[in-house]
Design a protein around this ligand. Structure first.
Ligand SMILES: Nc1ncnc2c1ncn2[C@@H]1O[C@H](COP(=O)(O)OP(=O)(O)OP(=O)(O)O)[C@@H](O)[C@H]1O
Ligand SMILES: [Mg+2]
Length: 215
């Protein structure tokens, strides 16, 4: 496909949404337009699935259900937004993608990695991002950052509320994914100030856009 898909990954509270905003702004300043979206969600149907996944509930959601619901929202995003945008040569910035399923439901919850890969390949016709920016931060620091948000009265969700050791496994999982995919996944130190982190991310984004002759 002619366009480029750039995904942002990392544990909850690491600063993905902040970098997403800054990158969008940088692209605009450079004279480029981009489409921004997030997972789970990004479409009307996907946002409904997001509610199902993230709302606090009494019952345990089965891991298999969780895996399939994330893939279901992703399938909708792919059909409705990603594929048409990428076919039209657009730049798409997506807050989370398949690596999140591997890190959270795979490494975090102990789900079968090959099964998760297979389900998601089916949901997206094997779409893989052109570039993934992985923001890495110690879970305690990420929790502290999230704490600042919670004080601003945004309630935390079902996944964020999982115990500390879950977030450790997710972080380790992300690091394993980065080690296994060194060309696609760029590891970034999210403890840096946001503006510095943007400059580090921009080096990789710029390189990709130049390679694709979009810049
Ligand atoms: N580089 C940074 N240094 C210090 N604080 C930061 C940095 N980036 C973001 N923050 C702050 O950390 C908090 C979490 O940031 P943000 O919402 O961008 O994280 P997130 O990864 O999108 O979280 P979530 O997974 O919950 O969506 C915010 O209060 C934000 O202002
Ligand atoms: Mg966010």
């Amino acid at each position: 496909m002619k366009g480029v898909l750039i995904t942002l990954e990392g544990i909850d509270g690491v600063g993905k949404s902040t970098q997403h905003r800054l990158l969008e702004q940088r692209l605009r300043e450079t004279g480029l337009t981009c489409i921004v979206t997030r997972e789970p969600g990004g479409t009307a149907i996907g946002e409904e699935v997001r509610q199902l996944l993230l709302k606090m509930r009494e019952e345990e959601m089965a891991l298999e259900t969780e895996i399939l619901l994330y893939a279901a929202a992703r399938a909708q995003l792919y059909k409705e937004l990603l594929r048409p945008a990428l076919e039209a040569g657009k730049i798409v910035l997506c807050d989370r993608f398949i690596d999140s399923s591997l890190a959270y439901q795979g490494y975090g919850c102990g789900g079968d990695l090959n099964y998760i890969k297979k389900v998601n390949a089916g949901a997206t016709e094997k779409l893989s991002p052109d570039l993934t920016l992985l923001f890495d931060l110690a879970p305690q620091e990420a929790r502290q950052r999230r704490g600042n948000i919670d004080q601003k009265s945004e309630v935390s969700d079902r996944i964020e509320n999982r115990p500390e050791d879950f977030h450790y496994r997710v972080r380790e999982g992300y690091l394993k994914l980065a080690a296994a995919n060194p060309v696609r996944i760029k590891l970034l130190d999210a403890s840096l100030p946001a503006v510095l982190l943007l400059e580090k991310s921009w080096v990789f984004v710029k390189e990709l856009l130049e390679k694709k002759e979009l810049l």
